[in-house]
Ligand binder design. Structure first.
Ligand SMILES: NC(=O)C1=CN([C@@H]2O[C@H](COP(=O)(O)OP(=O)(O)OC[C@H]3O[C@@H](n4cnc5c(N)ncnc54)[C@H](OP(=O)(O)O)[C@@H]3O)[C@@H](O)[C@H]2O)C=CC1
Ligand SMILES: CC(C)=CCC[C@@H](C)[C@H]1CC[C@H]2C3=C(CC[C@]12C)[C@@]1(C)CCC(=O)C[C@@H]1CC3
Length: 354
């Protein structure tokens, strides 16, 4: 009997890399279903997978997670075609029209200018302080750096690179169903899919796994139970990802006794269609020019996984785990060391009392 795996948003980026890695791991025993909104792109993805894994069984499913009717008919098709679903990767996601806020970026960077340099060059605090104070006394950046002795200054810069917090602006729309687009695509459509697929996910005596592609950009401050769809805020992506972390926890409470387990992963910062739009003046291939800078940043934060192959690390790692052994309060991070080695690390994301 083959292991049935369904991946949403499988035609590009991290989803496609995951499919490739799953097939490299276990092509023979796998029945892989690519769930995509655009069938032309889905067919192209299928062909590229079959080119490197000719013996693989790869099915296609039309699914637009932002549309209630599409989710319901896709779920019907799955239940009709397969009598089991072992893994459901909830990966499709959007961050509409993200823009890099250059002002906020430099404000964040230079307000901690001295501490940043201190870390990079590892110059003792006292020498650096004297030097920089003399050179930059009149520099406004220096004025901003009011708290040199604060060891969190540098970690704040690293956090800015790791999470993108405070340096991105986004946009959100409304779907024909009347839902906010980011909420519907990233969260609600997936939730509905899980509910609709209950009969094939919850089978007596067997386990199945739900695996959400969340983000380091998931912030509690962006999420409110009173405004689930994030109609009133400016961080819809962050809100939807935080909501997926919470939902995963709730699904565990609800479904574990029926053999269904849910986990969240964070792929790190990966260069994909989702991120290419962030620097709009830069065509996708020119992003590669930034690679040396990104490799340098990676020395300070192992969250710069950069490639889709590396970003899919935690997704693949979870595939190999027994779900009962996983920590529902953890987010599993794809990480890449300064030397380019990929690994997965659980990090506590939600405290029991939250
Ligand atoms: N790149 C990064 O740095 C990070 C990405 N992530 C998350 O990883 C996941 C994958 O994104 P990534 O690979 O980066 O970006 P991509 O844009 O390459 O992949 C997103 C996938 O989701 C699909 N998708 C979008 N909207 C819908 C929809 N309504 N219905 C069905 N499928 C849809 C896209 O299809 P189509 O090709 O038709 O647009 C595409 O296949 C997302 O959930 C994203 O939030 C999380 C953290 C960091
Ligand atoms: C040198 C230079 C021009 C740096 C700018 C880099 C930024 C464009 C990236 C730094 C951290 C990145 C990041 C994301 C987008 C691109 C950055 C802001 C995400 C927000 C993308 C979507 C996610 O889910 C999380 C990512 C966190 C890190």
């Amino acid at each position: 009997m083959k292991t049935v795996v369904l991946v949403t948003g499988a035609n590009s980026g991290i989803g496609l890399a995951l499919c490739d890695r799953l097939l490299a791991e276990a092509a023979e025993g796998l029945l892989l279903c690519l769930a995509c909104r655009n069938m032309q792109r889905a067919r192209a993805a299928r062909l590229s997978l079959l080119a490197s894994h000719p013996s693989a069984q790869v099915d296609l499913l039309q699914l637009d997670t932002s549309s209630i009717s599409s989710v319901i008919s896709a779920a019907q098709e799955v239940k009709h075609k397969y009598d089991r679903l072992d893994y459901l990767y909830l990966n499709a996601g959007i961050m509409p029209n993200p823009k890099f806020d250059i002002k906020a970026f430099f404000r964040g960077l230079f307000s901690r200018y001295k501490t940043f340099l201190q870390t990079i060059f590892n110059v003792p605090y006292i020498i650096l302080n004297t030097l920089i104070s003399k050179i930059l006394w009149t520099n406004i950046c220096f004025c901003c750096c009011s708290d040199l002795s604060n060891p969190f200054c540098c970690s704040k810069i690293i956090a800015m690179f790791a999470t993108g917090e405070g340096i991105l602006t986004q946009w959100d729309g409304v779907t024909p169903d009347g839902l906010r687009e980011v909420f519907a695509t990233n969260l609600f459509g997936h939730f509905l899919l899980v509910r609709e697929l209950e009969p094939v996910l919850c089978r007596p005596g067997e386990t199945s796994q739900l695996i959400w592609t969340s983000s380091s950009n998931a912030h509690r401050s962006a999420f409110s139970l009173e405004d689930l769809q994030h109609q009133r805020g400016t961080q819809p992506y962050s809100s939807s990802k935080y909501a997926s972390d919470l939902l995963s926890l709730a699904l565990n409470t609800h479904y574990n006794k029926q053999g269904l387990y849910s986990s969240v992963i964070c792929p790190g910062f990966v260069m994909t269609n989702l991120t290419y739009g962030i620097l709009p003046t830069l065509p996708a291939f020119l992003w590669n020019l930034l690679l040396p800078i990104f490799w340098l940043i990676r020395v300070f934060t192992n969250t710069f996984t950069l490639t889709t192959h590396s970003g899919a690390e935690a997704l693949l790692w979870l595939y190999k785990q027994r779900p009962e052994t996983l920590d529902p309060y953890a987010k599993y991070h794809s990480l890449t060391s300064g030397l380019g080695n990929n690994y997965t690390q659980p990090r506590k994301v939600l405290q029991h009392h939250q």
